[in-house]
Ligand binder design. Structure first.
Ligand SMILES: *[C@@H]1O[C@H](CO)[C@@H](O)[C@H](O)[C@H]1NC(C)=O
Ligand SMILES: *[C@@H]1O[C@H](CO)[C@@H](O)[C@H](O)[C@H]1NC(C)=O
Ligand SMILES: *[C@@H]1O[C@H](CO)[C@@H](O)[C@H](O)[C@H]1NC(C)=O
Ligand SMILES: *[C@@H]1O[C@H](CO)[C@@H](O)[C@H](O)[C@H]1NC(C)=O
Length: 350
């Protein structure tokens, strides 16, 4: 064998071996998902896609799902079976679940990546992966900053958005939230020390790590999670390099700035409806202890003239406690896109 052939052969083997096997981290036996690992500007992103293509949805948009912080693609497991079953009627050709950098099976970045940079990198990654076309964007919690930022950055590509108890563009300007991210970062720094000493796992397994830190407990098997998806998520949480926990700290660091930039992007448009007539469904929870959250959700919904909101008392963890509401939300969005698609949104050059 010529040296150059050997080199190319090793390179190919190296490439194929370097992609982790995630097939047993979502639905388990019979999982039909396909993982993409596009490399863009030196970082590989993992995107897990499911499709059920018939004549009805072969040209339909791709639905992109972005999780709350610090969760990733596995958080959506309870809705994947319904998404597969309804895809043809929703006119969605694929449902794709992203791992933001540093989570799941995506590469870590050496510096915190703002949502504004993330959308540029995600778009580049989608192009590299060949996942092109129109998109429906679904964001839970922090993922809502993503769907809004992506829509404003690439308006022509987005045909509808669904926000699920989403973070809003005023959030980062509220002093108590600025304090909260510092408190959360400090707590995760403590978890890193514990992980290094081997004491984090027993703490998490005993139920002492709050959901907001991204631990998916075994008890979630009764909420539509497969045991294999929980096991995979837990081992990522406990990764001995602290990849997951370090990423959470990086992300706490960009929350205020990303939300504030989004606020600024809206503000300079000098209109109460900067999302024009973009089809938009907003599902959220009310909180007795924080009535302002509902007020801000109402403000967020009003940013498009073609929006509708649904209030629940689920609490923040819709994927855990109310996946049905998420599925109804996608259904409502699909109907809105069919019956009342955008006429103004995405048409202007700027
Ligand atoms: C980047 O991600 C890919 C896919 O998960 C992985 O195989 C590779 O080892 C990662 N590279 C680094 C430097 O972490
Ligand atoms: C499905 O979506 C595509 C892309 O947005 C659109 O061109 C097509 O008309 C839609 N089909 C139906 C049946 O709504
Ligand atoms: C694919 O969609 C059809 C409806 O058109 C449904 O009957 C079928 O069960 C779906 N497949 C899966 C795997 O959910
Ligand atoms: C932006 O922030 C200002 C100051 O908190 C607030 O009054 C305004 O409603 C926010 N706008 C949006 C769209 O979030």
């Amino acid at each position: 064998m010529k040296l150059s052939t050997l080199f190319i052969t090793l390179l190919l083997i190296g490439v194929s071996y370097s992609q982790p096997d995630v097939s047993n981290s979502y639905l388990g036996v019979g999982d039909t998902g396909v993982s993409y690992f596009p490399s863009y500007l030196n970082l590989q992103m993992h995107i897990r896609c499911y499709s059920n293509v018939t004549a009805a949805n072969q040209n339909g948009p791709i639905a992109l799902f972005d999780s709350g912080l610090p969760f990733f693609s596995t958080a959506w497991v309870p809705i994947i079976p319904s998404a597969l079953a309804n895809m043809p009627s929703w006119n969605i050709s694929k449902a794709c679940f992203m791992d933001r950098y540093g989570y799941g099976w995506s590469n870590s970045s050496s510096y915190p990546i703002t949502t504004q940079e993330y959308v540029v990198r995600l778009r580049g990654s989608l192009q590299v992966a060949g996942l092109t076309g129109k998109y429906i964007l679904v964001g839970w919690s922090w993922g809502s900053i993503f769907i809004q930022t992506y829509s404003l950055t690439y308006p022509k590509e987005v045909v509808g958005i669904l926000s699920i108890d989403g973070t809003d563009s005023k959030w980062g300007l509220i002093p108590s939230n600025q304090q909260n991210v510092i408190t959360l970062s400090d707590a995760v720094k403590g978890y890193i020390n514990m992980n290094n000493m081997g004491t984090l796992e027993p703490l998490a397994r005993s139920g002492m790590v709050g959901s907001y830190f991204g631990w998916l407990p075994d008890a979630l098997v009764s909420s539509g999670y497969t045991q294999c998806s929980l096991t995979a998520s837990q081992s990522i949480f406990l990764d001995s390099t602290n990849k997951f926990l370090k990423t959470a700290i990086q992300e706490y660091n960009i929350m205020v700035i990303s939300s504030a930039i989004l606020n600024f992007t809206y503000t300079i448009k000098s209109t109460p409806t900067p999302l024009k007539d973009l089809p938009y469904i907003n599902i959220y929870s009310s909180y007795v202890e924080d009535p302002e959250w509902s007020n801000r959700q109402t403000l967020m919904t009003s940013l498009s003239t073609n929006s509708q909101s649904f209030e629940f008392t689920t609490g923040h963890y819709f994927p855990f406690h109310n996946p049905t509401a998420i599925v109804s939300g996608i259904n409502a969005l699909a109907n809105k896109i069919k019956s009342n698609p955008a006429q103004l949104w995405g048409t202007a050059l700027f």
